[in-house]
Design a protein around this ligand. Structure first.
Ligand code: ASC
Length: 147
């Protein structure tokens, strides 16, 4: 019972995280979103290696990668608070916020589908869901990330 309560509390806390992200300083918001993107990219890369036959398929690892990816995809948006500019973030993120939010939502949606595919244990499904997710990364980078 205790264990179940703990798990339920953790899930509730995780689900609430994005909305609750608060930052004392703009640089904390930058570090938060960059950290989320970095860890997300690690797990996306792991799935990509399997999807592209560059690493042996490990169904358990793929499922875990998908779960982390889908959860982390929901986080960075909260880090783009007003005044939290960075070298990589184009000002258009704030001046074209609706467009940015749409591309962010596209990532969240695609990552959710990739996670579902990864949970299936079927590499063919992962292959099918990987490309569309990568496209959402690229679409946002093309528009809103500067080198
Ligand atoms: C990655 C990664 C990205 C995306 C992007 C997809 O693995 O780190 O930023 O894929 O290259 O187009």
């Amino acid at each position: 019972m205790n264990k179940m309560l703990t798990a339920a509390a953790l899930v509730a806390a995780f689900a609430a995280l994005p909305a609750q992200a608060q930052f004392a300083k703009a640089e904390d918001a930058v570090a938060y979103r960059q950290g989320a993107y970095r860890v997300l990219a690690h797990h996306f890369g792991s799935l990509g290696a399997m999807a592209n036959d560059k690493a042996p398929f490990d169904a358990a690892r793929a499922a875990a990668d998908g779960e982390v990816l889908a959860a982390l995809a929901k986080l960075p948006a909260a880090g783009f608070v007003a005044g939290a500019e960075s070298k990589a973030a184009k000002p258009a993120i704030w001046t074209e916020a609706d467009k940015f939010k749409q591309l962010d939502q596209d990532l969240v949606s695609a990552a959710g589908k990739l996670a579902e595919a990864a949970k299936s244990g079927d590499l063919a499904q992962i292959k099918a869901a990987f490309g569309p997710t990568a496209k959402t990364c690229k679409a946002c980078h093309d528009e809103f990330r500067q080198k």
